[in-house]
Design a protein around this ligand. Structure first.
Ligand SMILES: Cc1cc2nc3c(=O)[nH]c(=O)nc-3n(C[C@H](O)[C@H](O)[C@H](O)COP(=O)(O)OP(=O)(O)OC[C@H]3O[C@@H](n4cnc5c(N)ncnc54)[C@H](O)[C@@H]3O)c2cc1C
Ligand code: SF4
Length: 436
């Protein structure tokens, strides 16, 4: 039995791994090319940055092609990985459980989380290797009653050289990403075709029969017995819209805002980002040097990277946003988002102040990189992990299914959703299609 999996991120790779291990003939179609990490020294950019000629964040793609940026409103930029491994190759390696809004619809991912954590090997980054200022800020957050914790990470500390550039790809191979699962899938007989953006699902008499890709190299069709969309909150919505299935105006992005301060010789980039985090209602706070704001955001221009301190706020934003058939995104910050961000930012500033970090405190760019909610599951869908609105043979297997923003790292959730959907697909197939 032939299956097409669209997308090679945390969800798609997990699905491809599960289906191929169980005897399905899997073809993974990936819009981007093979991932290559950023290998220049960040100091290379300093003269251009100081002169302000790096331009706006939409130029990130020129500096680092796998990272794609979309302006969804005048002050909000969305980022995603269009490459093998999707966003997983751009993460800080945080791997935490998060299930906001899932118990309400009757979805329990406990066993999937457990299985994936064992497979990926989650640990925290040794405290003795944190920068002294990160330890000091952890102490201040504790004193303020914010209960900070070491962040669970998919980072092998023995291999990690503390370059701090996780989001530009890990040259050392110290941080897990979903290409590991793609390798497992290929070892079980799956194939991956890169530079193959899927335009739409081919549907004949209400049944999915394959997909059509469209790129500068031309159009192609691929036939299959089933199709699983795991192209992320934006990609999956775009394909569904092009295939005649309407999506929901409930895109969430977990909006991020980093507050910058100054501490001479802090050298925060000499540790992996986000070594600890503090979870509050609707947001987290975590130490983080925001490279994108450092490169592209005018208020950050005057301070060198060695002295720049950052404290990130990640918000569970209002799920209000829409993707159209061309992939155009309309998503703004709501009044409530702005209010919560304001409250959380003053807490971030307070932690820095209590730790000896000086001003001027500057805001970074509003951005979002956790994309979901565009085809949300309802309670009636959970039993089969599938909406009846989908044509037969078509499945969605990524964060598009998650109804609510998380305000937390979402990679483990994306993989857990993928695993649950893959198992439901296998359950729905005749026994002869599955390898015993
Ligand atoms: C910069 C950044 C840092 C992050 N850091 C963390 C972190 O530390 N911890 C954490 O838990 N989460 C983090 N996240 C979020 C997390 O990585 C994502 O939520 C999660 O990995 C999403 O997985 P996914 O498979 O659903 O989607 P994606 O990773 O977006 O994968 C979708 C894949 O589909 C492909 N695709 C898109 N459209 C098409 C198409 N039409 N045809 C074919 N292929 C297509 C894309 O190229 C991509 O490979 C971060 C995100 C970003 C952007
Ligand atoms: S900080 Fe460590 S895990 Fe992150 S990119 Fe550098 S070597 Fe890799």
């Amino acid at each position: 039995m032939k299956a097409i999996v669209v997308g090679s991120g945390a969800s798609g790779a997990t699905i491809a791994r599960e289906l191929s291990k169980n005897g399905l003939e899997v073809l993974i179609l990936e819009a981007g090319g093979n991932f290559k990490p950023f290998t220049r020294r960040v100091s290379w950019s300093e003269p251009f940055r100081k002169l302000g000629i790096l331009g706006s964040a939409s130029n990130i793609n020129k500096i680092f092609p796998p990272m794609n940026s979309i302006k969804s409103s005048p002050d909000l930029a969305l980022f995603r990985g269009i490459t093998t491994g999707g966003c997983s190759v751009l993460t800080c390696g945080n791997l935490v459980r998060t299930e906001e809004g899932l118990h309400q619809i009757g979805l329990n991912l406990e066993s999937e989380f457990q299985e994936l954590e064992n497979l990926i090997n989650v640990t925290t980054f040794p405290k003795k290797r944190w920068r002294p200022l990160s330890r000091e800020m952890f102490k201040s957050a504790s004193n303020l009653g914010l209960n900070p914790e070491s962040t669970p990470k998919a980072v092998n500390a023995k291999k990690c050289i503390s370059c701090g550039l996780c989001e530009l790809g890990c040259v050392e191979g110290a941080r897990w990403d979903s290409r590991n699962f793609i390798d497992d899938s290929c070892a079980s007989g799956a194939t991956i075709k890169i530079n193959s953006p899927v335009k739409k699902v081919i549907i004949e008499q209400g049944i999915a029969k394959g997909v059509e890709t469209s790129s500068i190299m031309g159009a192609n069709t691929y036939k299959s017995d089933l199709v699983v969309l795991a192209a992320g909150g934006i990609g999956t919505a775009q394909i569904l819209e092009n295939s005649g299935t309407l999506t929901s105006p409930h895109l969430w992005t977990d909006v991020v805002l980093t507050i910058g301060g100054v501490f001479k010789g802090a050298k925060m980039l000499k540790e992996p980002p986000m070594v600890w985090y503090s979870k509050q209602k609707d947001y987290i706070i975590s130490p983080y040097v925001d490279i994108l704001s450092h490169w592209f955001h005018k208020p950050w221009r005057k301070v060198s990277l060695n002295d720049r301190v950052g404290m990130m706020v990640k918000l569970a934003d209002s799920a209000e946003g829409k993707v159209d058939y061309q992939g155009k995104v309309d998503k703004k910050l709501s009044h409530q988002d702005r209010d919560t961000l304001k409250k959380a930012s003053s807490m971030a500033r307070l932690i820095m102040k209590e730790s000896g970090v000086k001003g001027p405190y500057v805001q970074g760019m509003y951005n979002g990189g956790h994309l979901g909610g565009t085809f949300p599951l309802e309670t009636v869908d959970v039993k089969n992990m599938r909406s009846k609105r989908l044509p037969s043979g078509l499945w969605v297997g990524d964060l598009s299914l998650v109804p609510r923003s998380q305000g937390m790292p979402t990679m483990l959730l994306a993989a857990a959703i993928g695993l649950k959907v893959a198992r439901k697909i296998l359950e729905s197939l005749p026994e002869t299609a599955i390898k015993k």
